[in-house]
Ligand binder design. Sequence first.
Ligand code: 5AD
Ligand code: SF4
Length: 451
Amino acid sequence: MNVYDGERMAELLGAKGLTAVADNEDADLVVLNTCHIREKAAEKAYSDIGRLKREDGSRPMIALAGCVAQAEGAEAKARSAMIDIVVGPQAYHRLPEMLVEAGHGKRPVDTDMPAISKFDTLPARRKVGPSAFLTVQEGCDKFCTYCVVPYTRGAEVSRPYADIEAEAHSLVEGGAREITLLGQNVNAWEGACGGLDGLIRALARIDGLERIRYTTSHPADMSDALIAAHGDVDKLMPYLHLPVQSGSDRILAAMNRSHSVDSYLRTIEKARAARPDIAISGDFIVGFPGESHEDFTQTLSIVDAVGYASAYSFKYSARPGTPAAMMEGAVEPQVMDERLQQLQERIATHSLAFNRSCVGRDTSILIDRKGRAPGQMIGKSPWLQSVHVETDAPIGAMLDVTLTTVRRLRPASCDDRGSSRRKHRRTRQPGNDRRRARRGCPRPRRALRSL
Ligand code: 5AD
Ligand code: SF4
């Protein structure tokens, strides 16, 4: 969602005549779009601000945006004298006027949460890449005891269907072939076409839109209708990101997750019944206050029971103002480190197994960037794997391929989202020339052979 917000801020400022530069040194204005979900993310924002000071003592104008701005408000200005503007995630449509105020020496702060009005004042989407994000829902009413999101992003609000449809059309006109519907609690979306399943079915009617994804879902809002959509909407990709956080019912209750291990596993079972090849991904927190060795062992068991295609795992980070921050039973940092490592190794084993199980599958990839090697392009499989292929096909092409080798799987080695995504596959000859020709995609030049 921060990537999406960043794009929208860039478009907004672009409409006012500002252009992006590659280097901070050349910037008149730097907008830091921040995350507050874990302490590390917030600390990083402040150290990045410090580094914006130039050798000659000058600095760009600095706007602190995102959830750190929302959580700290005017205090952020006290924490760093270099901050000129503080703007929360629901108020960034006001950036242009705040820039003018800052130009007059004021240090404006806006952390208001007007219900979704920012979308009404943002400029239309411009040219985009083949895979685009579209925010359909913001905020969260779940109040998991460890989480700042309900405080920084506010209550759940669904964008109206007509707005979403219009934005989807302009994204497709701008070059998108895949849209990922975003929301903190995206499967709680509701509107003119019912729930998220209705929205997906409606958007699937858009010509030129070939793939639909959504993230992130809460297990308690995973309706049977949404699961059914995985079985009968071809454009809906076979991928479900469904955070579980812990495999212990005791910890899930302390987290206020409103689902149990059993109900979670039943949801996964239903999703697999609807779409047998669906890739399941999840989020985990280790070291929640009071987490015992037995609780953690149960977390390893749920990883085995689900067989995740990928998963993100984090060390618990106490967030000021959340109920968990006041709980007793803090887990020693060293124990957290060990648990995280053990969990990530277990996830990596299943991830590798999932990827190996895909070898030999005929599928299509959406090319989204160039590879490092000459003539190499990288695309995404329906299961969100990065597929390397040697081809003349341009960015944005859909290419039929047969998945061959799992070339490299980096075990998730740190508690960030990037690490476990870095799976690479190679592809060989395309599986179905006829379908490819119909889509107007060029033929891959030659097969990459396994080493
Ligand atoms: N500490 C550690 N991880 C957290 N997450 C959310 N809040 C915290 C926290 N306080 C993780 C959860 C969530 C993901 C987006 O971030 O796993 O699903
Ligand atoms: Fe945070 Fe997700 Fe829980 Fe909402 S459902 S409070 S966003 S972890």
